[in-house]
Structure formats: C-alpha cells, structure tokens
Write a protein that binds this ligand. Sequence first.
Ligand code: DX5
Ligand code: ZN
Length: 221
Amino acid sequence: MKLPKAGTIEIAPSILSADFARLADEIAGIESAGVNMVHLDVMDGHFVPNITIGPPVIAKLRKVSSLVFDTHLMISEPAKYAERFVEAGADHITFHIEVGDEPQRLIEKLHKLGCSAGICLNPETPVERIEAVAPLCDMVLVMTVRPGFGAQEFMPEVAKKIIRVREILGPDIRIEVDGGIDPQTAPTVVSYGADTIVAGNAIFAKSDRIAAINAIREAAR
Ligand code: DX5
Ligand code: ZN
C-alpha cells in the first residue's frame, strides 16, 4: 500500500485510543468509514514516557487490514529498527528529528526498503531543524501536542509552524498533523496547509466511529 498522492485530505485514525484487546475489529470499523490510512503509534518508553506496540503486533494487523500503515516511531533508535517495521508491514515510517540518527541516511534507507519516509518535529522544535531534509520526505509530521499520550489539548501556537513547513515543501509533499485534532481544530490546520489529519481520541472515544470520522472530514473540507 502506498501513501496517497498529495492533493486530497486524508484522515488517519490513531489506534492509540482504540481498544487494544480488539484491534482488528477497531481497524475494520474505521476501514468501513472509508479511510485510506491508519496511524500506528510506536513508543519505546525512552524517547517518550509510554510504551505501546512493536513489529509483532503490526505484522498481525497486516494480515487483517489493507489500509496504509502510517507508522509513527516515537523511539530513540529508529534506524536500528526501521527494517523490522518494514518487514512487519509498515507502508510509511515517520521518525523524529530529535533523535540522534542521521535523518538523510534513514530516509534513503526507507526508500530503498520500498517504504515511504516521514520526518516529525516536536512542539518545541523549530522548523529550521527539518528544513534540509523535509523535501526528501513523502510526508512531514507536525506534532501539536507533546508525544506520548492521546487525548491531550491542541497547541494552537505550535500549529502555525505548518504554514512555514508548507512554504518549504510546496504542494506535492504531504503535511500530517498529530495531536488534539477534532472537528473544531481540523479547519485551522487545513487552512495552514495540512492535508493529513491524525485523530485518536476524537474518533475512538466516540461510540459511533463512522460519524466521528465524517464529522472531522466535513470540518476539514
Ligand atoms: C501522541 C500520538 C498521537 C495520538 C493522538 O503521542 O502520536 O498519534 O494518538 O491522539 P489524539 O488525537 O487523541 O490527540
Ligand atoms: Zn502519532
């Protein structure tokens, strides 16, 4: 599965707020709402103060879903584990600019492995840090909360970084935004230039996930 070409608004539900005992059903539920992507949050308890899933879970999910696996690595050593995530079935891998690994080399490695590549910046990280490598990516991820947990409050001042990222990238590279996105905050980030919207709590905390996805979709158009 390939990341959809730029030019459409995509909703990428984050399973971080889903029921982890029923992940296959939860993913089937969002698939029936017509999304093309699912956002998989990988945390190592080191880069962020939380631990989630790794390649074995992703490999099992790969067998039951044909959605684009948008894999957000919140881990300290993404270069060390990238290949294992691709083998497990990740279609797109995002890693953080704040880690020690050399970003350009990792982007090239991901492309060689047949995986699209993304770079991510934390709320306190200035856009200049990604300026050189962002154009080599297929998607740039702007965090609008501190990574580690779902259901945090959207940071409106941080979201303005999207405007600068869009200037750097032009129209052909996706900009994804992650953290506190719901029908109220989605129009703002889209107006700044985001086209790929991660939402965890705003979807999985609702009993009717299809209605929740449609509400974000309507707000973002
Ligand atoms: C946070 C994760 C997000 C998270 C978003 O560290 O990267 O993807 O699931 O959750 P919400 O949409 O609830 O802010
Ligand atoms: Zn995420």
